[in-house]
Design a protein around this ligand. Structure first.
Ligand code: THU
Length: 136
């Protein structure tokens, strides 16, 4: 899908963020390699730590429906530029090593990154593959 359409979708869905504590809305839209689109918003919980970021909501929705390869992820939030937190960068590493990450203000103003730019020298599944057998 076209970047502008994905950004529009993310902006429209931002209203669904459940943010009674921070008041800070974040919305993500992902496109998976099988051409499916998943949305996600941040969801806050009164005891705080179970709070889930928008990026992970979208990615976990995709994975739980059988789509495990993120091709593109768009993030919008209440700041001009809302960048994925460290935990979400690691989750993108798991399911979208080659993903394009789009941080958008609106359809006409967005920045594109590779995961390697946002999470250089990362640790990922291949490390564990290489170690397979050593711990048995
Ligand atoms: N948040 C996200 O949804 N994604 C990020 O990558 C950064 C932070 C949310 C979590 C929390 O609900 C609110 O923003 C304030 O931290």
């Amino acid at each position: 899908m076209d970047n502008r359409e994905l950004i529009k979708m993310a902006l429209e869905n931002k209203k669904n963020a459940y943010v009674p504590y921070s008041g800070y809305h974040v919305s993500a839209v992902i496109e998976t390699d099988d051409g499916k689109i998943y949305t996600g918003v941040n969801i806050e919980i009164a005891s705080y730590s179970p709070t889930l970021c928008a990026e992970r909501t979208a990615i976990f929705k995709a994975v739980s429906e059988g789509s495990t390869k993120v091709k593109k992820i768009v993030v919008v939030g209440d700041s001009d530029w809302t960048y994925p937190c460290g935990v979400c960068r690691q989750v993108i590493r798991e399911f979208g090593k080659d993903a394009i990450i789009i941080i958008a203000k609106d359809e006409d103003n967005y920045r594109e990154y590779t995961l390697d730019e946002l999470l250089p020298h990362s640790f990922g599944p291949e490390e564990l593959d290489n170690a397979k057998g050593d711990n048995i």
